[in-house]
Design a protein. Structure first.
Length: 186
């Protein structure tokens, strides 16, 4: 059981048998009363956000969410196909369950699928990944006075903004949380 001090960002908890991820938490000390923890919780089953305040004496149950190390094989229409790296079993998951992070999964990359009561509920990938640029326009020579950006299409099909010096065929590091350019691989 978790106390309110354990409710940090990204911790998984269960409320009424439903798994939630702590999105934000703030410890508040009341004048005469005890301390409370104000949290924003994201429902892992349907994506809704709940704001809840926990008193100091409350105990919160950890979520029974399992992580399976999988390798992304290929995309088949609306489904992503993964292979378990330990048992070599394959699993097909609809893209609606995986969320926005699925845009940054390249074929052959390793991910963790989150399962709750035997059902896939989400995906965990690193905060940044290296992806190859498949198409971008050449940069305009001499335009270095500003931090000018241009559109680039990555190997996964997603389009991100990159600096002018980045060319087609380069491998860049992308932030999977917001889709921003981080650096070019040397």
């Amino acid at each position: 059981m978790y106390s309110i001090n354990d409710l940090k960002k990204e911790v998984l908890v269960a409320l009424d048998g439903v798994p939630y991820r702590v999105v934000d938490s703030q410890h508040v000390s009341l004048g005469r009363g005890g301390a409370v923890m104000r949290t924003k919780l994201k429902n892992l089953l349907n994506g809704s956000v709940l704001e809840r305040t926990f008193r100091a004496a409350e105990k919160i149950e950890p979520a029974e969410v399992s992580r399976n190390n999988m390798q992304f094989l290929y995309r088949d229409g609306q489904n992503f196909n993964f292979m378990n790296q330990e048992t070599y079993d394959q699993e097909s998951v609809p893209d609606s369950l995986l969320g926005d992070q699925s845009r940054f999964i390249a074929e052959g990359s390793s991910v963790s699928l989150l399962s709750f009561q035997g059902k896939v509920i989400g995906l965990e990938i690193p905060n940044s990944v290296y992806l190859k640029i498949t198409h971008t326009e050449p940069g305009v020579r001499g335009d270095t006075a500003t931090t000018a950006m241009k559109a680039a299409t990555l190997e996964t099909g997603v389009t991100v903004q990159v600096p002018l010096f980045v060319d087609e065929g380069d491998i860049i590091k992308v932030d999977t949380r917001n889709g921003g350019y981080l650096e070019r691989k040397k």
